[in-house]
Design a binder for this molecule. Structure first.
Ligand SMILES: CC(C)(COP(=O)(O)OP(=O)(O)OC[C@H]1O[C@@H](n2cnc3c(N)ncnc32)[C@H](O)[C@@H]1OP(=O)(O)O)[C@@H](O)C(=O)NCCC(=O)NCCS
Length: 184
């Protein structure tokens, strides 16, 4: 697909919330309000590494949030207590603090991303991830982490395609978390 990449602008927020909402409703019980909070936390923290991919009709086909330094969203989340404390007790805390404490500040994180359901299985996220990784690489990032629940075959396939290595797995909410690392 012919995609253009940019940082999100104000009018992208509502469609981003909708795509996010339909992508992660079951596992994380995310309400649209929580998603808005998550986006408001991460869009500034990610800066140019929050990429929105638009098709020629200017519709958002996919997005990815890469964060070069996780200290930014974490510091911000802690400032907005007690709201962020509520986050930490819920399954969707994963969107605030990925369960990767040991490695938290070593390298960048691909925190979340998704493809609009209309555009899945057409190579869109492959393009988005390629763009995100090459931007992080240009920014002198040497390691990129990401985590996923084990049942997500598409993201596991993407991890393999880009040469991420499985580093660690542990139980999470009756499922398995997998932690991947790409060394650049
Ligand atoms: C994961 C996701 C982003 C993939 O987006 P996509 O644009 O469909 O991905 P692509 O078309 O680039 O496909 C990437 C690879 O995954 C494979 N794949 C895609 N959907 C798949 C599925 N449902 N089951 C198994 N493999 C799948 C593709 O075959 C492709 O591998 P290939 O190149 O060897 O054929 C999309 O399914 C999604 O938004 N899921 C919900 C949100 C999510 O899980 N986000 C990631 C974690 S934060």
């Amino acid at each position: 697909m012919n995609l253009t990449f940019s940082q999100p602008i104000q009018k992208d927020i509502e469609p981003l919330i909708d795509i996010f909402y339909e992508s992660f409703p079951k596992n994380y019980k995310l309400s649209k309000t929580v998603i808005k909070d998550v986006l408001e936390l991460y869009i500034p923290a990610a800066g140019k590494h929050f990429l929105v991919a638009k098709n020629p009709k200017n519709e958002i086909a996919a997005f990815i949030c890469g964060v070069k330094d996780m200290r930014k969203p974490l510091t911000q989340a802690l400032k907005t207590l007690p709201k962020s404390l509520t986050f930490l007790t819920k399954p969707h805390s994963r969107f605030i603090i990925p369960p990767l404490f040991v490695q938290l500040f070593s390298g960048a994180h691909l925190v979340f991303g998704s493809t609009h359901s209309k555009y899945r299985k057409q190579g869109v996220f492959t393009e988005v991830m390629q763009k995100s990784i090459s931007q992080l690489k240009k920014d002198n990032v040497k390691k990129i982490w990401f985590e996923t629940l084990d049942g997500n075959q598409a993201i596991k396939r993407l991890a393999e395609k880009f040469g991420f290595k499985l580093i660690k797995q542990f139980p999470y909410e009756n499922q398995t978390w997998s932690i991947y690392l790409l060394r650049l």
